[in-house]
Design a protein around this ligand. Structure first.
Ligand SMILES: [Zn+2]
Length: 158
């Protein structure tokens, strides 16, 4: 294992995010197996939430599918592995509210929780199954009103 990946494993063990992942696995009766690079795989995750085929808590990557699916999608593993690294950078569970804020921002800007989400862009949008949508112009009616109003005032000034 590369030194950086070893540091990530120790960091996420120390900041308790991997422990939170293992607790979630225990509470949801999700079986755990060893993956590469200090990662753990929770396979055949059953609960409906979150609405994702895969998600990461600390160094634990949860999949709704089995090991065959995981091994056949190295790009998705690379994406989720990047999220494990993000947990380490966020000192563990602060990742969750930060991710939530970025997902909310992205949802407002594009209608999709991933397209303008810093964490998903950093981990790779396509590998995570997210579209790269353009930003929406939500304030267009306001700008149109202001532009029209300013033009109207301009016309009536001496
Ligand atoms: Zn992701």
């Amino acid at each position: 294992m590369r030194a950086a990946l070893h540091i990530r494993r120790v960091a996420n063990a120390t900041n308790l995010s991997t422990a939170a992942g293992l607790l979630l696995a225990a509470l949801t009766r999700t079986s755990i197996e060893r993956g590469p690079n200090g990662l753990l795989f929770g396979t055949k995750y059953q609960p409906r939430l979150p609405l994702a085929d895969a998600f990461t808590v600390g160094n634990v990557i949860f999949y709704r599918a089995d090991r065959h699916y995981i091994d056949s999608r190295p790009e998705l593993l690379g994406h989720e592995s990047a999220h494990a690294t993000q947990y380490a950078w966020c000192l563990g569970l602060p990742f969750l509210p930060l991710y939530g804020a970025c997902a909310t921002f992205s949802l407002w800007r594009t209608g999709d929780p991933g397209s303008r989400n810093f964490f998903e862009r950093n981990a790779g949008l396509a590998a995570g199954g997210y579209p790269n949508l353009p930003t929406l112009v939500r304030l267009a009616p306001l700008w149109t009103f202001l532009a029209h109003n300013m033009t109207w005032q301009g016309r009536h000034q001496p």
